[in-house]
Design a protein around this ligand. Structure first.
Ligand code: BG6
Length: 499
C-alpha cells in the first residue's frame, strides 16, 4: 500500500512497542503491504537520541524475526524514524511532535494523515488525549473549522489507536469514552482488542455463514451448551504491578472472551462490512443476560494460583483473581435456554484458546426400546481452536469395527490450518489490525457500544464480588484451576471439554 502516513507511538520504549508494534510494522514492510513514504515518531519518557531509539527498535525487530532480519527492509523504516522525548502531561512534548510532523509533511510535499497510537499504561490516556486536543494535533490535516460533514468524509483526518483496558468498570469506561469522543469522532477511533485480529477468530464468521450445514443448527434447537476456554500456561511474569490491579475478569473476559462469545452468538450480518458486522456483534453482546450480583457466588468461580502472592509487584494479601469461570445465558430467540460456560486463567495446564459447541444428544431410546446403549452416546462437539494449532474439529460417534454387538465409540474429524495451508504464512494479529487501521477499515476494532455492553456485564460481577465476598479458591499451577469450577459445571450435568 502506497499511501503516506505518520505513525506517532506514545509509549515507544515500552513492552508493547517492543514485542508487537515494531515487529508488526517490519513484517508489513517486508511483505510490501506497506511501502514508503511513511514515517514513525516514537514518543517516550526516556532520554534517548534518535540513533539510540533506532538501536532499541532494531533490537525489538531482531528479537522477534530472528534470522529473517533484512537490513534493506529495516532501512525503509529507519529512513522515516524519529524520537521525541518528554512527559506525556507536558505541553512542550506536543510542540516537539508537531515540529517532526511538519518536517515529514515538508518532505512529502503534502499534509499526511496522522495516526496516534496509545501504547502506554491507561493512566496516561487522559493526559495524552487532552494534549492532542489542546495542541491541535488531533485535527490532523483537517482545517480547524471543517464542518462535521467534511470531517466524516475526510480520509485525511487523524486517527487514534487505543489499547485495552478501556476503563476498569462501567463508570471509568464512560469517562474514557467521554474523553475520546471530546477529541475524536467514532470513525477516527480504533480500539484494539487483538483477539479480533486473530485469523481463526475471523474464520468463525466464514465457517458459520459459508457452510450450509452448520448455520441451520447454530441455535437452541440443536445446541445443548457452548464453552469458551482461554487458558494460559504462563503466569503474570513481570506485569505483577499492572495485573494485580486488574485481574482475569477485566484483563481478558471483558474483552477477548466476550468478543469470542459475541462472534459465536451473533446473527447473520447484513453484509461483510464494518457497520454490519459490528452491529451484529453489539446486538449479541447486549443480549447477554447480566448476572445479578446476588447470584454471582453461585454462577461465577474465581481462583488464584498458589504462589501468586510471591510474584513481584503483587500486593501483600492481594485478592486479585487469576482464574475465572462462569455460566451465563443469552436471552434472545436463538439462544434462550442454552448455557454459555466460559473459563480463563493463568498458570493452567495448557496454553489453549478454544470455543466449542456441544450439540444435544440424539434420542436413542423410546421407552425401554433403545437403538444403542445410551451411556455410550456422547454429544457431537464442534471445536474451533483459536490457538495454538489453529483448526476446527468435529466429534462424532461411529461404530466400533468388529463382529460383536454393535457398539459406538467417539472419533474426531480435524482440520488443522498449518497442514491445510502449508504455503500460507499466518499473520500476527497486530499486523492485521495495523494494516486495517491504516486502510481505515474498522471491522475488527471494538465500537463504543460494544465496550459499554461488555462492561455492563462485567461490572455486575465485580459488584457481586465486592458485596458478597465469595471465596477466592486457590489452585495449583499446571492444573485446570480450582476444583470448584469443575463442580460448578458438574452441577448442571456437564463437564469442561478440555481437561
Ligand atoms: C492480553 C492480556 O490482553 O492478552 C494478557 O493482558 C494475556 O494477560 C494476553 O496474556 C493473551 O493473549 P494471547 O494472544 O497470548 O492469547
Amino acid at each position: 500500500m502506497r499511501s503516506p502516513f505518520i505513525l506517532v507511538i506514545f509509549g515507544a520504549t515500552g513492552d508493547l512497542t517492543h514485542r508487537k508494534l515494531m515487529p508488526a510494522l517490519y513484517r508489513l514492510v517486508r511483505d510490501r503491504a506497506i511501502e514508503p513514504p511513511f514515517f514513525t515518531v516514537g514518543v517516550g519518557r526516556r532520554h534517548l537520541t534518535r540513533d539510540q531509539f533506532a538501536e532499541l527498535m532494531v533490537k525489538a525487530v531482531r528479537d522477534t524475526v530472528g534470522s529473517d532480519f533484512s537490513a534493506s527492509v529495516w532501512k525503509k523504516i529507519l529512513d522515516g524514524l524519529e524520537y521525541q522525548q518528554g512527559l506525556f502531561e507536558d505541553a512542550p512534548l506536543y510542540g516537539g511532535v508537531r515540529g517532526l510532523i511538519g518536517n515529514f509533511d515538508h518532505m512529502a510535499g503534502a499534509c499526511i494523515p496522522r495516526f496516534f497510537y496509545l501504547a502506554t499504561p491507561p493512566a496516561h490516556y487522559e493526559a495524552i488525549l487532552t494534549n492532542l486536543k489542546n495542541s491541535g494535533l488531533s485535527e490532523g490535516c483537517m482545517p480547524k473549522d471543517a464542518s462535521a460533514r467534511v470531517k466524516k468524509s475526510g480520509n485525511r483526518a487523524s486517527r487514534v489507536f487505543i489499547e485495552k483496558p478501556f476503563g476498569s468498570d462501567l463508570a471509568t469506561a464512560h469517562h474514557l469514552e467521554a474523553l475520546l469522543s471530546a477529541v475524536f469522532d467514532e470513525h477516527q477511533i480504533y480500539r484494539i482488542d487483538h483477539y479480533l485480529g486473530k485469523e481463526t477468530v475471523q474464520n468463525i464468521l466464514a465457517f458459520r455463514f459459508g457452510n450450509g450445514i452448520f448455520e441451520p443448527t447454530w441455535n437452541r434447537d440443536f445446541v445443548d451448551h457452548v464453552q469458551v476456554t482461554l487458558a494460559e500456561e504462563g503466569g503474570i511474569g513481570t506485569r505483577g504491578a499492572f495485573y494485580d490491579g486488574v485481574g482475569a475478569l477485566r484483563d481478558v473476559v471483558q474483552n477477548h472472551v466476550l468478543q469470542m462469545v459475541s462472534l459465536i452468538a451473533m446473527e447473520r450480518p447484513r453484509a461483510f462490512d464494518a457497520a454490519s458486522i459490528r452491529n451484529a456483534r453489539v446486538s449479541a453482546m447486549e443480549d447477554i443476560d447480566c448476572i445479578d450480583p446476588r447470584f454471582v457466588s453461585q454462577l461465577v468461580v474465581r481462583g488464584q494460583y498458589e504462589g501468586y502472592l510471591r510474584e513481584p509487584g503483587v500486593a501483600a494479601g492481594s485478592r486479585t483473581e487469576t482464574f475465572a469461570a462462569m455460566r451465563f445465558a443469552i436471552g434472545n430467540e436463538r439462544w434462550r435456554g442454552v448455557p454459555f460456560y466460559i473459563r480463563t486463567g493463568k498458570m493452567l495446564a495448557n496454553r489453549v484458546t478454544e470455543i466449542s459447541l456441544h450439540y444435544k444428544k440424539p434420542v436413542v431410546c423410546y421407552g425401554k426400546l433403545c437403538l444403542f446403549n445410551e451411556e455410550n452416546v456422547y454429544r457431537n462437539v464442534l471445536s474451533l481452536r483459536i490457538q495454538p494449532e489453529e483448526g476446527i474439529s468435529l466429534r462424532f460417534m461411529v461404530k466400533e469395527p468388529g463382529l460383536g454387538m454393535l457398539s459406538l465409540t467417539r472419533k474426531e474429524m480435524t482440520m488443522n490450518y498449518r497442514d491445510a495451508f502449508p504455503e500460507k504464512t499466518s499473520h500476527d494479529a497486530y499486523e492485521r489490525l495495523f494494516l486495517d487501521g491504516i486502510r481505515g477499515d474498522q471491522t475488527l476494532f471494538a465500537r463504543t457500544d460494544e465496550i459499554e455492553a461488555s462492561w455492563q456485564f462485567v461490572t455486575k460481577i465485580l459488584d457481586g464480588w465486592k458485596r458478597y465476598r465469595p471465596p477466592l479458591y486457590p489452585y495449583r499451577k499446571g492444573t485446570w484451576g480450582p476444583h470448584a469450577a469443575g463442580k460448578r459445571i458438574a452441577k448442571d450435568g456437564r463437564q469442561w471439554f478440555l481437561v
